[in-house]
Design a protein around this ligand. Structure first.
Ligand SMILES: [Zn+2]
Length: 96
């Protein structure tokens, strides 16, 4: 088990960083019930992560529409998400 996952399980609370990690699994419906509940609880209290999730969904949606193909261009999604991650999770003082 990954160290961060172990830490999270002992803590039973999600940080913004955790939400970032679980996002893809969440949208795939791949989280277990407990993790999903914790994920959604964090989202309710965290505007930053709500905004991130919204942007994530919109990015995928827009890429699909623009390309008019079943799969959005992975490079476009990765580029946009990297930008968002940087803004939301790496650049201080976002929560200052
Ligand atoms: Zn958050």
């Amino acid at each position: 088990m990954k160290a961060w996952l172990q830490r999270w399980r002992s803590r039973r609370r999600l940080t913004c960083e955790d939400v970032n990690r679980f996002l893809a699994a969440y949208l795939d419906g791949a989280l277990d019930a407990h993790t999903q509940a914790a994920f959604e609880a964090h989202l309710q209290d965290c505007d930053d992560c709500q905004a991130y999730l919204d942007q994530y969904r919109k990015t995928i949606e827009l890429a699909r529409q623009a390309a008019d193909v079943p799969e959005p261009p992975p490079a476009l999604i990765e580029h946009t998400l990297s930008f968002l991650r940087k803004r939301l999770f790496e650049e201080p003082p976002f929560n200052a």
